[in-house]
Design a protein around this ligand. Sequence first.
Ligand code: BES
Ligand code: MN
Ligand code: ZN
Length: 499
Amino acid sequence: MKVSVTTIPLLDLDVDLLLVPLTEDGKEEALSSLADSLGSTVKRAADDFTGKPGNVVLLYPAESRAKRVALLGLGPAESLDAEGLRHASAAGASLALAHKAETSALRVPTSVGVDAELVGQALVEGFMLGAYRFLEYKTIDAPFDGPSRLVLHADQDEKAVRRGSERGRVVSEATTTARDLVNLSPDEKTPTLLAKAVEKLGKKQGFEVLVWDKALIEEEQMGGLLAVNRGSVEPPVFIELTWQPENALNTKPVILVGKGVTFDTGGISLKTAKGLEAMKSDMGGAAAVIGAFEALAKLEVPLYVVGLIPASDNRPGENAYVPGDVLRMHSGKTVEVLNTDAEGRLLLADALSYAKTYRPELVIDLATLTGAQVIALGSDVAALMTNAVSGSEERLAAMEAAGSRSGDRVHRMPMHDVYGKLLESQVADVKNVGGREAGSITAAKFLEHFVDYPWMHLDIAGPSFLLLAKPYRPIGGTGFGVRLLTEFLRAYANPKNRK
Ligand code: BES
Ligand code: MN
Ligand code: ZN
């Protein structure tokens, strides 16, 4: 989608759809000044337009060059934030889809108490992400493939709005990359094909990609990744991504680790038919890391960042690992497997212990790790955990702040020692499941065994894939984590970016 910013008079905007978000408070005044530029028919909307969030009124003013005009409610100005702007903008995108509008203009609301750059960014994100549809496999009744152009109309702060809108376009495209990967049919994203897609993206965007094959994975003794892969006919891969610009501010990298289970059957501890339905999305953590690299490169973020993706499917094959197996992990620790469906933590553990060789400043992993996360927090908010290594409070606060700015929200979970006790094994150093209680926390406690550096874990099981649409997140892959990571790393590089 092409995105631009203009200051030409509203009346002259020759588009299929003109979107005008308005706050509840100043709506009378706003409508009469709009009438000055779009004609008096606009005033007739006054009774129907409440200005409340979600309220949409569609008009066909004879005087304007725009084919249609939509008033979008923003609610009261004082409680408006970036997320409210995304929602309004996404309502505009839905109209664009419904009316097959190729070109839309959006009047940037003024004096709304949100930083102008963030206003520009949020409006573009809401529109682009709201207009996203995955049509790869639609061959009949080919639906409208979405708007091709968005013009932001800014009366004030044109430059800041342009900077923000540019960033909004980049992170929305990167989020789209992640969504597309999650939505892809599992047979088209085997570990090998996923690695190919990452290599292609790296070439295009300018980050490095190194793909380890099974032989190298064996040489590195990644016992967790190899065990998960044993039931599969598709070999595993371990993908290393590197973004290291010349002006990088750090010499030790920040490392992003993404769970890349390309399909999770549960293995011998097989899932139910219902439990299997969304399991093509079990590489949502990997997709978030891949999307974040696209954004880092396009935005030229001045940080040295490494991405690690252990990828395999998890299947009950003839040689599949079984409950009772004791694994020797990359770190040298042993793990008693009691449930082959707790596979994500096994391949993540190997990636986390390999990460030590970089002497990282910080490691963040993202994983569709537990059904318990979905039960605890639902599909709007991810679970956030950290280890007690110095600076944990600041680390968590920075991630929470990035969550509320980006709209990819997170919530912290406790990590007391009592949870770790649930993983004690009679035969090995640790077992891979802790029972029904506190499932997301025991999973994080398992991972903690394999880290010895500042670390954050994000369980994104709920937010990464939706069965019911949310504003600007259609059914399917959401790309959750791309905007969160991008925002976190931009602020990590430069505290001034914390607006
Ligand atoms: N990939 C699943 C977690 C998941 C569940 C993601 C639902 C998205 C939606 C993970 O590998 C898994 O199966 N976890 C088990 C762990 C259990 C066996 C301790 C779970 O949550 O049931
Ligand atoms: Mn599983
Ligand atoms: Zn899984």
